[in-house]
Design a protein around this ligand. Structure first.
Ligand SMILES: Nc1ncnc2c1ncn2[C@@H]1O[C@H](COP(=O)(O)OP(=O)(O)OP(=O)(O)O)[C@@H](O)[C@H]1O
Ligand SMILES: [Mg+2]
Length: 433
């Protein structure tokens, strides 16, 4: 009988006969079979890991704890609004406080529930409401009910069970930007006329202008209390990374200078702990992939460029279609030898490209606005140039490396089909005057 067992002797795997020396998996397998030399616990560096200790957030933890404390004596806590830039620990602090409160409530067997909903991930009002229902044990089908019905079931559930629900609406701006603030309005009114049980809301946003989107009535009831999270300083980030590194890496694998560099780079942007942790994780992965046992500063530099590339890709991939078409036009021109074209040349190419994919082109003026927007985003740079008797025009330079724009175009279902198109202007050899 044939054995299904994979031979686990390294030698056997490395000298796979049919490939001879060219075995493409040889060293991959060898490294995978080796004992991990850098990571001790990879999960600790994952973005959804909730640490047991949050250095430099004692104040915030205590403050949120004080605001929510009445829940433990079953009176409804004030709603809280939590602001702060990305990576300042809002989610981590709330999840930590909810966890500790949940444990305390569980021990005392209190009719108290905690729900954590990420509004950006949940996506729809229906989903947000059904997650709240689920948190209090009220069953709701995936679809099929009206929003009003799910809301009523939630209200009835809270009333009948006499349950106090403390719900975090993380990244609540995502919900409001898509649907307006009606649901928040209704939820802040859900306690009216309810005896026993009720709902308290902890909302978060990293958009400091978010308040402008809210109806003043919603804003005032949602932010009965406010908590602001400031960016971390480099020294604070060093402590945060240090704690994380002790759990994640083998002793001696990540020296202090590497931690300091990650902290300094993240602090130079805006004190984003997520950025600092990502830098360290990617640097460790880079070192690991090249078979080294110690992470060095050069690995952090490589990590920085990998992360930067990822960010550019993400930013460009989420641009609106016509901005992407303009970038594609710039790319096609560059690939055919026309760098820094004037606006007339881009516009002509853009129209051709629109024709190829069957999209109605925007007007000259609208395109001009889109170019200014791309300029503001730092994707292109546009300069006024004097054309002598022919007046003035704009010259547009691609600031993003063409290879990175090409990667986005290649990965776009619609745009990838025109990647090999040659703009007519480059065929006529007119190019830039
Ligand atoms: N004080 C801290 N100690 C340890 N880890 C922290 C601390 N602050 C943040 N982190 C970690 O940094 C990462 C980002 O933090 P978090 O997700 O809480 O940021 P946020 O303020 O919610 O950002 P966003 O606005 O983008 O949602 C997480 O992995 C979190 O565990
Ligand atoms: Mg968050």
């Amino acid at each position: 009988m044939k054995s299904n067992k994979i031979p686990i002797s390294t030698e056997g795997l490395l000298q796979w006969k049919s490939w001879g020396d060219r075995d493409p998996l040889g060293d991959v397998l060898q490294r995978a079979l080796q004992r991990p030399r850098i990571f001790k616990n990879r999960d600790v560096m994952r973005s959804d890991y909730v640490p047991d200790r949050l250095p430099h957030r004692d104040e915030h933890i205590r403050r949120l704890g004080e605001i929510l404390a009445p829940a433990l004596s079953l009176s409804r806590p004030s709603n809280v609004f939590v602001y702060g830039k990305t990576g300042t620990g809002k989610t981590a602090v709330i999840r930590y406080v909810f966890k500790r409160f949940g444990e305390a409530a569980g021990k005392e067997d209190l009719p108290l529930a905690f729900a954590y909903v990420n509004c950006r991930i949940s996506g729809t009002e229906y989903k947000v409401l059904s997650e709240l229902c689920e948190a209090i044990g009220v069953r709701v089908p995936f679809t099929g009910l009206s929003k009003a019905e799910v809301y009523n079931r939630l209200r009835r559930g809270l009333g009948e069970k006499g349950l106090l629900l403390v719900a975090c609406f993380d990244e609540v701006d995502a919900l409001v930007k898509s649907y307006g603030d009606d649901l928040l309005y209704d939820l802040t009114r859900i306690n009216e006329g309810m005896e026993g049980g009720g709902l308290s809301i902890v909302g978060t946003s990293n958009d400091l202008h978010f308040k402008d989107y809210l109806d003043p009535r919603v804003l005032s009831s949602l932010s009965e209390e406010e908590l602001v999270f400031h960016p971390y300083t480099a020294t604070e980030l060093i402590d945060i990374l240090g704690e994380r590194a002790t759990l994640a890496f083998r002793e001696g694998a990540v020296p202090q200078n590497v931690i300091n560099l990650c902290a300094a780079l993240a602090a130079a942007e805006h004190g984003d702990a997520r950025r600092a942790i990502d830098l360290l994780r990617v640097a460790a992965e880079v070192a690991e992939r090249s078979g080294e046992a110690v992470v060095e500063e050069r690995h952090v530099r490589v990590a920085q460029s990998i992360i930067e590339r990822g960010r550019i890709f993400e930013a460009l991939s989420t641009l609106p279609l016509h901005s992407k078409l303009l970038l594609t036009s710039l790319l096609l021109l560059a690939k055919n030898g026309v760098n820094d074209p004037i606006s007339g040349v881009i516009y002509q190419t853009y129209r051709e490209v629109c024709g190829l994919i069957g999209v109605e082109p925007l007007t000259d003026r609208r395109v001009s606005t889109l170019i200014s927007e791309l300029d503001m985003l730092g994707v292109v740079k546009s300069d006024i140039v004097n054309m002598g008797r022919r007046g003035r025009t704009r010259k547009i330079m691609l600031l993003t490396p063409p290879g990175e724009v090409e990667e986005v175009v290649e990965n776009d279902e619609v745009l990838s089909s025109i990647l090999n198109y040659t703009p007519s202007i480059t065929k006529n050899k007119m190019k830039n005057p």
